[in-house]
Design a protein around this ligand. Sequence first.
Ligand SMILES: [Zn+2]
Length: 424
Amino acid sequence: MGFTAGQYLFTTYLSYRQYQVLKKPSPPKELDNVITQETFKKTQEYGRAKAKFGFFTSFFSFVQNVAILKYDLLPKMFGLAGKFLAAYGHSKWFSGLTAQSIVFLLGFQFVETIISLPLSLYSDFVIEERFGFNKQTIGLFFTDLVKSEILKIVIGAPLIAAILKIIDYFGDQFFFYLWLFMVGFQVVAIAVFPTLIQPLFNKLSPLEDGELKTSVENLAKRVQFPLNKLYVIDGSKRSSHSNAYFYGLPWSKQIVIFDTLIEKSTVDEVTAVLAHEIGHWALSHTTKMLLVAQAHLFAIFALFSAFIRNQSLYNSFGFFSSSSQYPILVGFILFGDILQPLESLLSFAMNLMSRSFEFQADDYAVNLNYGPELSKSLIGIHTENLSNVDADWLYSSYHHSHPILPERLKALRLATEAIQKKKH
Ligand SMILES: [Zn+2]
């Protein structure tokens, strides 16, 4: 309860600080002749609208979490899952504690999705709509929802079963093997996501021959980026926010550009954005991030092995068992709650690393002579998306994986000037 309340108070305090920044009448100095007063006003309005909604949703989920703890809703749901199985699931291969854990977790997540449904609808169809970003229909919203719920069952159930099996089989040494399994699972997921999962939600079509394709291919050749295919994604189906990214295994990469980005930018600007993205690859940022994430996962599993058989952990959250057989999956969820303060501290560190990577990737693009174009396209993307261009430092340290626009523009300007000086 203390951790839950502490987390809520801390993040609400940060949002309050950020809200004061969102009330400022003029942009940071660096943006003086960069964005118009009118655009700035609109970004502030959009920011405040989202922040107000954020105050409400975080209060809502705080109340929900307290209720779950206070009324022992987890053990109650777990019992219900058992009853459900006893009534409907008479099968040899789907029974016992593992089956009950799977039904419990999927059921619990399903209930949470339903409860938060009005909030998601409000966010997409009221707030995003009001600022002209929502491009999806109610029909598409619900088809997406049904698809992702089915995916959760199809992928989630076997995954949980495998995890529980590994813990069962390897006993106290489970954490190393579980970690290995999860690393393997992630590699497979990265490999099959674009071909098996992504097409369920979006259409990727090869970028047509033309100026943009030639420009990106030349860039890839110049820096020896193993570009395999170039795609355009129909992001405009849902939202008019724009973006670009790449994915794939080390020897074969695919670049995906949002149709919305192509529509609103020049060829050089899109290429500049990709120069930044390729910078992440050239400087091994993706690999470094992946390694940190794996180390994090390993630490969590290793710590969990100290809690896994701790009966008082289960008992104090309302789980009792006559056979001293406790559902490990539930233990992991409870353990997650205990870990929360540590995870919050970690977000500071992770975001600090991520922001420094962003500066480095910008620098990389500058060295390829894309400095001015990158600045232009960043301004364009921020203006189109009405992204916040100012932030409270503490809020930013905790939440932002990217530096805010004025910080990036300043760094880009200084780096470009430094290069020009070298030339003279
Ligand atoms: Zn980046």
